[in-house]
Structure formats: C-alpha cells, structure tokens
Design a protein around this ligand. Structure first.
Ligand SMILES: O=C(O)CCC(=O)C(=O)O
Length: 272
C-alpha cells in the first residue's frame, strides 16, 4: 500500500472508531530493554520517588504505576517520538496547520499490573473534558489528548487488555450501564466495549475522549506491562505538576526536547 493510502486509511478509522492499533510499533531490542528495566525495579512504596519519576497508582486496583517515567531514561526516552506513531500524533492532536503546531507529553506512565487488577471505564463524548475531546473540521484534526499504550508484554484474553467502545468519542449520550469510576466498577462486561489484544511491541493509539479502561487481569502468573504516554497540543501543561528535569531536557534529541518543553520559558531579562 502507498504511504498516502495508509494515511487515508488511518484517518478514516481514527475518525470512525477513535483508535488505531499499530502492529510492531517498536523493535525487539526496545522490548528487551524495557522488560529488563522492569525486572530490575526496586520495591517502591506509593509516593516513593525513583529519580524524578514517582510511584503514583491511579487507584488501588491499577497496580504499580510510575509517573513521569520518561525520566527513567533509555527506552523510555526513545519512545517519546518513535517513527511508527509520531506523525499520526502530530496530525491528530498537534494542531497541525495552525500558528501553534506542536506536541507536548503531559503525562507518561509505566504500568505493571498483576492478577486481579483493572482500570474502571471512563471518558466518552458525553460531557467529556475539552482536554481529551475529539474534533475534525475544515480538513484538519483538532483532537485534545491522544494516548499511546505500548504493550511490553503480550496482552491476550485474561491478561487485562485495555477495552474501548469504538465510536464513543462522538457519543451524545452517557452509557447507561457504565457504572461508577469512583467506586471502581469493572468494565469487563460493558455492552459495546471490546478488548484490544496486543502482541509484544504493538501499540494502541486512541483519543482520550473515547470510552476506555482496563479489563480485569485474570491470568494468575506474570504481569501486564505497558507504558501510557499522553500527547496533546504544545500549549498543554502537566496534569499532576510533574516537571521534566534540566538533565533530561539536556540529554534528549532536539526533536524530543521540543515535545517535552515545546515552549521555552521566557524569563526577566531574556530577549524574545
Ligand atoms: O490500563 C488500561 O488498560 C487503561 C488505562 C487508562 O484507562 C488510562 O490510563 O486512561
């Protein structure tokens, strides 16, 4: 297939469903690096820092989640702008063809989930936050936040796959059976929700306004290992206030730095 046809196909299905699956998004060498890193992780309490990254599980059922994980270096930096998805992100949520084109990663998480874990359903077009909203108008995408979930372990039936409700980013009604996020209701049997099975190295790209969550992991052994990077327009801010360190900003490539700090601080005495 020509590149133009592939782009047209991606645009069509992203608009229709709110998500894309990118097969073999990252190579085996990166998969090995990330898994080796996770294997060597020290025990971390909730709130404990690991350099400039911090364990901060979304809730009691999500399992270990390390926020600001780009700060962990190596492969976590490499995937900031991996070629298999970065152009789609620029197109969908990077304000392309505007005076303020560019991306910013406002949240990045390493998530390791064991048996029993899950993430309740949330989002959807109905009364959705502008931050994650989906828009297409005048020939350009203007989505808010788009997420890339990369599977570092294979995620099949029972392994706690992310679930999505295709098309729900445009929904005008609340899902009548969605349950209560705050109560941790599980989305496993939610009508309309489908599991997204991923091989190691595949990625799920979706607009945050899509109804989604993580189904229950029932597999007894092993861990579901994913990273979740949230991209949005370059004028965004960090959701929880994490900052990228000067050391990180200094060592990444210029293109990556543009995504971590797209707008340079302009301080007293500096020239514009
Ligand atoms: O853990 C998952 O599969 C879903 C994660 C999720 O819903 C989120 O981070 O917004």
């Amino acid at each position: 297939m020509t590149n133009d046809k592939q782009i047209a196909l991606d645009n069509y299905f992203f608009d229709l469903n709110g998500y894309l699956i990118i097969k073999n998004a990252v190579p085996r060498s990166l998969i090995a690096e990330v898994n080796d890193f996770i294997d060597r992780l020290p025990p971390l309490e909730y709130g404990q820092w690991l350099g400039n990254a911090q364990r901060r599980d979304y809730n009691q059922n999500t399992g270990l989640e390390i926020h600001n994980c780009i700060e962990l270096g190596g492969p976590f930096e490499t995937i900031i702008d991996y070629p298999s998805y970065i152009d789609q992100l620029r197109r969908f949520c990077g304000e392309e063809n505007s005076y303020i084109a560019g991306l910013f990663i406002d949240e990045c998480i390493l998530s390791v989930r064991r048996s029993g874990g899950h993430h309740p359903v949330h989002s959807g077009g109905y009364r959705g936050a502008l931050r994650g909203a989906y828009h297409y108008k005048d020939g350009v995408f203007r989505a808010g936040q788009c997420n890339i979930i990369i599977a570092w372990s294979a995620i099949g039936p029972g392994d706690g796959p992310t679930m999505v409700i295709p098309g729900s980013h445009k929904s005008n009604f609340p899902h009548p059976l969605a349950g209560d996020y705050a109560k941790g209701d599980r989305m496993d049997d939610l009508p309309g929700a489908i599991p997204v099975y991923l091989n190691q190295g595949d990625a799920l790209l979706f607009v945050d306004g899509l109804m989604h969550g993580g189904s229950s992991r029932t597999t007894a052994e092993g861990e579901r290992r994913v990273t979740i990077y949230r991209y949005g327009p370059k004028w965004g801010v960090s959701r929880f206030g994490y900052e990228y360190s000067e050391a990180l900003l200094a060592r990444v490539t210029p293109a990556q730095r543009q995504i971590l700090q797209p707008i340079q601080p302009l301080r007293m005495g500096m020239m514009p």
